[in-house]
Ligand binder design. Structure first.
Ligand code: ATP
Ligand code: MG
Length: 135
């Protein structure tokens, strides 16, 4: 079993697509081991995306991620990190395959509906960030 951190971003929450995304998560065989709806502060968003410090898109990303509530989830499944990234599709919805979450619910590279951890170390760090009570 493996765990990953998933976020339904403010664009998808605002558009009322969260239920459809959560339904899809369950259909695809993930277990939701933690879930919370949170309004991120600027500080929290900057801390969460510390890996992107210095990148030109960071201020835009932080503004976007704090524009409204997000739904954060810890998901469990064999090979969960890659499985969730496959279900999301690539960062830019324009490049995403049919039936991926970013194709269905994303708008552009900034407003792309969901987040997923990219490796075991970052998954552990991101899950602890939002769910310190897990593990
Ligand atoms: P995420 O980390 O959200 O799952 P990702 O791993 O596919 O997405 P990253 O490279 O980690 O992509 O970038 C984090 C987020 O920053 C992206 O999801 C996207 O919303 C935003 N982003 C990345 N590159 C750009 C860009 N060139 N312009 C605007 N926003 C960007
Ligand atoms: Mg990433």
């Amino acid at each position: 079993m493996e765990r990953t951190l998933a976020i339904i971003k403010p664009d998808a929450v605002r558009a009322k697509n969260a239920g459809k995304i959560i339904d899809r998560i369950e259909q695809e065989g993930f277990s939701i081991v933690g879930m919370r709806k949170v309004q991120l502060s600027t500080q929290q968003a900057e801390d969460f995306y510390a890996v992107h410090k210095g990148k030109p898109f960071l201020p835009e990303l932080v503004a976007f991620m704090t524009a409204g509530p997000v739904i954060v989830m810890a998901l469990e499944k064999p090979n969960a990190i890659q499985a969730w990234r496959d279900l999301m599709g690539p960062t830019n919805p324009a490049n995403a395959g049919a039936n991926t979450l970013r194709k269905l619910y994303g708008t552009d590279i900034g407003s792309n509906a969901t987040h997923g951890s990219d490796a075991p170390a970052t998954a552990a760090q991101e899950i602890t960030f939002f769910f310190p009570e897990l593990k």
